[in-house]
Design a protein around this ligand. Structure first.
Ligand code: HEM
Length: 525
């Protein structure tokens, strides 16, 4: 009896000690370590708005964003034919305000996570030269939050694993493989245009293009990556992928606050996990079917290349890793491209001159033939428009890194664990880098300097990131852009609908909050 009492006391004591140890760990990681990091960053000369525990600067950010949204709602009533491309203070009003107080580099806090904000290309150059691509990680808070979307795919993976993934994936984007994707692009765009044509014929000339282009780009990437289309089971898979993305970004404003996914939005966390698991099961079954049908199955998509890939520097990708890469291509690849096309249609709708210039170029390069891969490099002016649209409206409005160790930049020291947030929109709209016409739509700025568009710092234009981690899909994307745009411009003339409201906003990507309604007029009756 006495022994049982002693045992019960011992168990109770152990439970108490465990709770105290857990509590201690939470206090250290959520409170003490952030305070020490804050002091270290201050000692290194980084100023910034004062954080409070446990939200950091989130409350202030929300307040500034709310005030900016109210101000924008008032000005949006004005004529939509005179769009302002000066968008930085609309989409990142908190950064614009803090820049006024602290300059182009400062520290702010998402919950208990410090972020070094950078809108200074010289500092971006320094950090990209300081350590190799593999020594930078991605912020752990975002990796955890977006785990159901990207898993350990290329966008999020780090260190030697990132090198292995990058080596295995790079050949999948070589010109021969890209050329093989042309047919999916032409096929899906032609289908979309047929639907637009019949809508216009039935009397509906106004079409919200952004949603439709995103769906078409989703179909293209799904066919090119893992051979599924909107038909049959493929439609359900695409719906699940889109639902997962919406679920994850509905409530992401408390990322960085300790235990927020558990206590602030548990339903969203569970829904995302459930959808993520459903999608994983679907991809695993596609992979095992492919393996069973063997190499002679005739598939030429990205998935079949990854399944058969060999890597001399280490292990090939496991089925789990292949699943994560399929999701990464879908999420990283379709919306970014669709947004570049959609913003282009908006800008062309407000610029009849550039519509005419591009149609003339298409006539010269493509003529009456069907568009093919070999013609794309001759669409030079379309290339300038692509660059200019990605400058004014970069689909990826920021780039993130995390210091995996203390980083010494000479005059500046970045402590281990510091997250880095590079504000691409700020740099693309900075008159000190681009001149007084920074907010004008002027594709000709890329005529003589096709890479930097005349920007006076080579790290001032970063639509696809920088260094070893630069976007792996940029050539695929530019190819899709040219094919889709050529087919649209050869079919319709575009003008802006009076119902368009100019409201660029960020939901991971830079998107039009109320879509892009355009008036489409067929070029041939
Ligand atoms: C207009 C279209 C696109 C834009 C603006 C864009 C932008 C970006 C940016 C800014 C990065 C981060 C680079 C960095 O951290 O330095 C990135 C990385 C990446 N992108 Fe894209 N992207 C586009 C299209 C695509 C496509 C079509 C795919 C694939 C099908 C893709 C797949 C990826 C992947 C896998 C990474 C991670 C690369 C790495 O960390 O090694 N992207 N992209």
């Amino acid at each position: 009896m006495e022994l049982i009492c002693v045992l019960i006391m011992l168990i109770k004591w152990m439970i108490r000690v465990s709770i105290m140890v857990l509590f201690g760990k939470v206090v250290i990681s959520c409170w003490i370590l952030p305070i020490l990091a804050h002091r270290k960053l201050k000692r290194n000369g980084f100023e910034g708005p004062s954080p409070s525990f446990p939200l950091g600067n989130i409350t202030e950010m929300k307040k500034i964003m709310k005030a900016a949204a109210a101000a924008t709602a008032v000005t949006n009533g004005s004529s939509s034919n005179n769009l302002s491309h000066d968008i930085h203070s609309t989409i990142f009003p908190h950064f614009a305000q803090w820049q006024n107080s602290y300059g182009k580099k400062f520290v702010y806090w998402l919950g208990t996570e410090p972020f070094l904000y950078i809108a200074d290309p010289q500092l971006v150059k320094k950090i990209s030269e300081a350590v190799l691509g593999k020594s930078w990680g991605k912020p752990a808070v975002f990796r955890n939050d977006r785990e159901p979307m990207f898993g350990d795919g290329l966008v999020m993976t780090e260190g030697d694993n990132w090198i292995r993934h990058r080596h295995i994936l790079t050949p999948a984007f070589n010109p021969t493989n890209l050329k093989a994707m042309t047919k999916f692009m032409v096929e899906s765009t032609t289908k979309m245009l047929e639907e637009w044509r019949s809508l216009v014929k039935s009397g509906q000339s106004e079409i919200e293009v952004e949603r439709q282009i995103t769906a078409t780009a989703g179909e293209i990437i799904a066919k090119a990556s893992f051979g599924i289309s909107n038909c049959g089971g493929g439609g359900e898979a695409l719906n699940n992928l889109r639902a997962l993305q919406l679920t994850l970004f509905k409530n992401s404003s408390y990322v960085g606050v300790p235990f927020s996914s558990l206590f602030l939005y548990p339903a969203r966390t569970l829904a995302a996990k459930r959808l993520g698991a459903q999608i994983d099961r679907l991809f695993l079954s596609i992979i095992s079917n492919r393996k069973m049908s063997g190499s002679g199955s005739g598939y030429s998509d990205l998935l079949s290349r990854l399944i058969g890939s060999e890597y001399t520097g280490g292990e090939a990708l496991s089925p789990r890793e292949v699943v994560d890469e399929c999701k990464t291509f879908f999420f990283g690849g379709h919306e970014t491209t669709a947004l570049a096309i959609s913003w282009t249609l908006l800008l062309l709708a407000t610029s009849p001159d550039w519509q005419r210039i591009l149609r003339e170029e298409i006539k010269e390069v493509v003529g009456d033939k069907d568009i093919d891969f070999s013609m794309l490099s001759s669409l030079k002016k379309m290339g300038w428009v692509w660059n200019e649209v990605l400058r004014l409206y970069p689909s990826a409005p920021n780039i993130q890194r995390q210091a995996k160790g203390d980083i010494d930049l000479g005059d500046i020291k970045i402590p281990k664990g510091t997250n880095i947030w590079i504000d691409v929109v700020a740099m693309h709209h900075d008159p000190t880098l681009w001149g007084d016409d920074v907010n004008d739509f002027n594709p000709s700025r890329f005529q003589h300097d096709t890479i930097h568009g005349g920007c006076n710092h080579k790290m001032g234009y970063l639509p696809f990131g920088f260094g070893g981690r630069m976007c792996i899909g940029r050539n695929l994307s530019s190819m899709e852009y040219k094919i889709v745009l050529t087919l649209i411009l050869s079919t319709f003339s575009l003008s802006l609908s009076p119902s368009y409201s100019h409201s660029p906003a960020t939901l991971l990507s830079l998107r039009p909050a109320h879509g892009i309604p355009l008036i489409l007029t067929p070029l041939q009756p």
